[in-house]
Design a binder for this molecule. Structure first.
Ligand code: AN7
Length: 362
């Protein structure tokens, strides 16, 4: 077990904490917003409700500086880009990558260009990209088309791609697995994740395997990846031309890290499964209302999948499960409000009316 986090020291982000495992050199300028070190929260109410006698933990990545796990990869990718002399970065994004790219570019004092699918990114993410001063380019097309365009344009212009095809992204993201191992003093039995472009499941497997190979831990988890039914290339075993799901973060039909993600499930004895939009939204609300944890729709698919696989017996009773909650619920207020079952009440501003409104609910 490593004890890299000296508690007397101001936390300076995951590159500083895990530098011996990361591609940084002495003297490099580190571009960081103190990302990482996110809480691993043990669920208390949902396991009881579903009759599960093991433990379910959520790795709450929504508490990163820009509200998603993308910050882990972005600190590493932008640090390398800046130290190699790059003055501009570019990405295609379903939203969270663009928010992280915009923030870390601002921190580094370089330009960010982000390509987003028109009308298909959550409002919080768009607000972030715009606020941090990125050049936001909406395309009349989906994420996969944006991704191809980014690869082409990077061949012709002096811009560094910071999508997860940039290998430094996965290096940063693997640190989430390190943190989990350090928190639990072992790897979980199962690790459940949403899968879109398939970078994150690949990164976690890199992290778990690296600590295992370096004898920091004696076990590795079974990796389970979940996709929305309308955007499930791994379930159909081929790219999907027109992916659709309310979980816009994972509205991706042609994942770039295909082979690595398949390898993670095969090597670990895991699987890919799919969940419908209704199941995703149901679990998002369940987590918010039974545990007090607000994640975005795409993130809730990890827990939705875990619960389904517990019920089917694929995940064994008594085991330890970690589900990654990839992004904060505040990213997508529109979806949250539109599916709320308790409509707001409007009453007169009098004590009597307030009392009546409360008493009716007690
Ligand atoms: C909340 O921002 O691809 O399988 O462009 O935002 O590593 O792609 C986002 C992906 C899961 C899927 N959960 O992770 C983007 C983007 C949330 C996400 C995923 C994303 P990958």
């Amino acid at each position: 077990m490593t004890t890299a986090n000296n508690s007397n020291q101001h936390y300076k982000g995951l590159i500083n904490r895990y530098k011996k495992y990361l591609p940084v050199k002495e003297g490099d300028k580190i571009i960081s917003l103190s990302e990482g070190n996110t809480p691993l929260i043990k669920l208390e109410n949902i396991p009881k409700q579903i009759g599960f006698d093991g433990s379910i933990y959520v790795k709450y990545e929504g508490l990163n500086p820009t509200g998603s796990f993308k910050d882990r990869g972005m600190t590493m990718a932008v640090t390398r880009a800046v130290n190699e002399g790059s003055v501009a970065i570019i990405c295609a994004s379903t939203g969270n990558t663009s928010a992280a790219a915009a923030a870390y570019a601002a921190r580094a004092g370089i330009r960010a260009f982000v390509l987003i699918p028109e009308g298909k990114i959550a409002m919080g993410k768009l607000a972030q990209a715009m606020m941090h001063g990125a050049t936001v380019i909406q395309i009349k097309g989906n994420f996969d088309e944006g991704m191809s365009l980014v690869k082409e344009v990077a061949d012709h212009a002096p811009v560094t791609i910071v999508n997860s095809i940039n290998p430094y992204r996965l290096q940063g993201q693997k640190t989430a697995a390190f943190e989990i191992i350090e928190d639990l003093r072992e790897a979980p039995d199962y690790h459940c994740l949403p899968v879109g472009n398939a970078g994150n499941i690949s990164a976690y497997w890199l992290g778990y395997s690296e600590f295992y190979d370096k004898k920091q831990v004696k076990n590795k988890p079974i990796m389970a990846g979940y996709q929305a039914t309308g955007a499930a290339p791994f379930i159909h075993n081929k790219p999907i031309k027109n992916p659709e799901t309310i979980a816009t973060a994972i509205r991706i039909g042609n994942p770039q890290s295909w082979d690595m993600a398949v390898n993670a499930t095969v090597e670990s004895g895991g699987w890919f499964e799919q969940r419908t939009d209704e199941q995703i939204l149901y679990t998002q609300k369940l987590l918010a209302q039974k545990e007090g944890i607000f994640c975005e729709p795409a993130s809730a698919i990890s827990l939705s999948g875990a619960i389904a696989d517990i019920k089917s017996g694929k995940i064994k009773q008594g085991s330890n499960i970690v589900c990654t909650l990839t992004g904060h619920g505040l990213k997508d207020p529109d979806t949250a409000i539109s599916q709320s079952t308790k409509p707001m009440k409007t009453i007169n501003a009098t004590l009597d009316d307030v009392k009546r409104a409360i008493i009716r609910e007690l």
